[in-house]
Design a protein around this ligand. Structure first.
Ligand code: ZN
Ligand code: ZN
Length: 132
């Protein structure tokens, strides 16, 4: 792995905030001042095509990145694009749903992805303020 790619992966693993390519670029630039956004983006694409990180497509078309930790679900804010990991206790119920789906369909289950959408506490606070 190249030094650039190692640092990009390292910066992504340090955060659970699901940064966009430009946010990762800002972090990586502090360690490699001459790196370009294009280089960061290309390396993120390579890492995700190798399954080392996850690429999350937002409804807005923006892409955010997640270090390839164990499987987990996401909840996304439709207002600001923030993405949070769901607490693991939610996953047991999802497992049960996934098992029922594979029983009913006869498919061998390889995995599943569930996306939750909403308004994050930060954005909910702002709309409350605007109304007052
Ligand atoms: Zn928000
Ligand atoms: Zn995540």
């Amino acid at each position: 792995m190249t030094e650039q790619r190692r640092i990009i992966l390292d910066e992504l693993e340090k955060t659970c905030r699901h940064p966009s390519a430009s946010e990762i670029y800002e972090r990586v630039k502090k360690r490699m001042p001459h790196i370009s956004l294009g280089t960061v983006y290309r390396n993120l694409e390579v890492l995700s095509s190798r399954g080392m990180i996850k690429k999350l497509s937002m409804p807005t078309g923006q892409k955010r990145f997640d270090a390839g930790r164990e499987d987990h679900q996401h909840v996304r804010c439709l207002s600001c694009g923030r993405v949070d990991d769901l607490p693991t206790q939610a996953d047991e119920n999802l497992e049960a749903i996934a098992a029922r789906v594979s029983d009913a369909s006869g498919y061998r289950r390889l995995g599943f992805a569930v996306d939750f959408y909403g308004i994050c506490p930060g954005c909910a606070g702002e709309t409350k303020k605007e109304r007052q």
